[in-house]
Design a binder for this molecule. Structure first.
Ligand code: CA
Length: 227
């Protein structure tokens, strides 16, 4: 079943989208502002996002940037304004397509289907969903970590942090990027959160947590995952 995340603050539009999507057997989650949308996206891993650019708490473009830090989920933007600048900015930030309000439901559904179709990899299944290290194995599709033949229990926050790092394997991920992707856009400077959660991940996953081989600190910069 295809899961849609609708991010929109106008109740009539939300209602119309939810009714029409559910009638076509989509599973629907809805958020009315950017902060709860980013949390819902992290918790529910939608297959496609429908995003209104005019949200009460933040610019929709910020939501796109927040999502793009860790996911390639297709994003279909709803733009009320006629300014093409806004659409260009949204596309530059990583949106896949846009529909201008007021939109026809048939058009929106057609764009949605096209966005989902484009996102499906040709061979089926996500590439590189199993990441193995000498100590543990991460299954990104199943959202599971195994170590010594057993599942490692991670909290949703630990999992999200792990996922962002693993998806950027070998690359430095800045403190700000990690904080904004895992905790939300207003957490860019709370580096103490990262220290606490990285210590937990190392305790659960590193052979020697005090000499990490997989979760590497780049002092003052961020963190890097190495296999
Ligand atoms: Ca709006």
């Amino acid at each position: 079943m295809t899961r849609v995340l609708v991010i929109e603050d106008e109740p009539q539009i939300v209602r119309a989208l939810v009714i029409n999507l559910k009638a076509r057997k989509y599973e629907v989650d809805a958020a009315q502002d950017g902060a709860s949308a980013l949390e819902l996206a992290a918790a529910r891993h939608p297959d496609v996002v429908v995003l209104d650019l005019g949200l009460p708490d933040m610019d929709g473009v910020e939501v796109i940037r927040g999502l793009r830090g860790w996911t390639r989920v297709p994003i279909l933007v709803l733009s009320a304004r006629h300014s093409s600048d806004e659409k260009v900015e949204a596309l530059d930030a990583g949106a896949d397509d846009y529909v201008t309000k007021p939109f026809g439901m048939d058009e929106l559904l057609a764009r949605l289907r096209a966005a989902v179709r484009r996102a499906e990899p040709p061979g089926g299944g996500e590439e590189d969903v199993i990441v193995e290290t000498g100590t543990f194995t991460v299954d990104l599709a199943a959202k599971k970590v195994h170590r010594d033949g057993a599942d490692v229990r991670l909290t949703p926050t630990e999992w999200h942090l792990l996922e962002v790092l693993v998806r950027n394997s070998g690359r430095l991920v800045s403190q700000k990027q990690l904080l904004q992707e895992v905790w939300g856009p207003s957490y860019g400077t709370e580096t103490n959160y990262l220290r606490v959660y990285m210590a937990q991940l190392r305790r659960k996953l590193e052979a020697d947590p005090s000499h990490p081989k997989h979760f590497i600190t780049e002092p003052g910069m961020g963190y890097r995952f190495e296999r």
